[in-house]
Design a protein. Sequence first.
Length: 398
Amino acid sequence: MRPFLQDPALGLSAALMLLFGSYAATMAPYTSALAVTVFGLSERAYSLVLVVASTVAVSSSVGLGILADQRANRRGIALFSGAMLALGQGLILSTGAPWAFVLASALILPLSGSIFGQLFALSRLAASTRPEAERPAIQATLRAVFALPWVVVLPIWSVVFQGGASLMIVYPVGLALALGFLGLSWLFWPRDGATRWPDPKSGLSFRQSLREIGHPAVLARVLALGPVHGSVMLYMVVLGLVFTATPGRGAQDVALYAGLLGGVEVPFMLALPRIIGRLPRQGMIVAGMVLYAIHLAGLPLLAETPFVWALILPGAMGGAVILTQPMAYLQDLMGTRPGAGASLMALQKLAGDAICAGTFALGTWIAGYELAALMGAGLAVAGAVALWAMDRRADPLA
């Protein structure tokens, strides 16, 4: 954590990631349950919302990432993203209507989808002024900062919901966190063109940038990593629905499970820099995905039993890898263009969200949550193995 305490830009990226992690911990575990049980959407309708939201999120993230590299205007993009986050939360909170939930979830909130990638781009640029040996640890630590709020926030929600609070209470809290993110970015995000590190414009046209991102070898690796990301999204969707549909469990169990998983992930993430470089990154991704697949596939099968809590350990060990190493892998594919690296992360998210929505819809239609989780786990392992196989044969950009 020393670099984050010494460097104002890294400290800002950590503070913003902490706020964004708190926002995600507040909203992500409950959005699917809110969609179905509060706003009255069918499971198929919610799957459609997920697909539309993913399309909007990736389109905006790719476009904003390219613009950030072209114009080096990262501050403006961060402020726009924070404003969309606050606007979407405010719309749902002020109306409480199903149409507002659909509009915000499908169109407005996804416009803030570049936040995650832009925070990593900021930290990558700021870390360029520090010794090279520190940089992998900085990226892994920043991802651990995102997971840290899940340790604190979700147990609090567990107590709140156990006391009988409505699920809708997450929206005023989500709005406050979004406004905090926007305000902190306005006050402290480095002014464009006045940074301590070089941030040259890419010199590429929009079409050239798209062609670079769309290189077949690059896209093949992004698509292979898509199911890996999709497994995390599917876990978020399945967790809330499985626990709320299981007799004897409820929203408090959702918060407790997700909080414990996030809490155990943090020390594993912080330990990763000790082994990064000693093991091939692709092999780490395969091993991590196998562990996470055990957790995902077992969740609906063991939800009624006490053994479900044992899934937290493989889930945390696998999650520590698949939540950090694919991002670093994609950033390295784009070299010195962090905005393009963020765009690849957005493309991975689109592929993952589409796979999540498709497996959720198909699995629940055929046999329920158990099949959806099993399909998602199997596809994710296959994607990780495919990435490993591709990189054994060729240079990614050859």
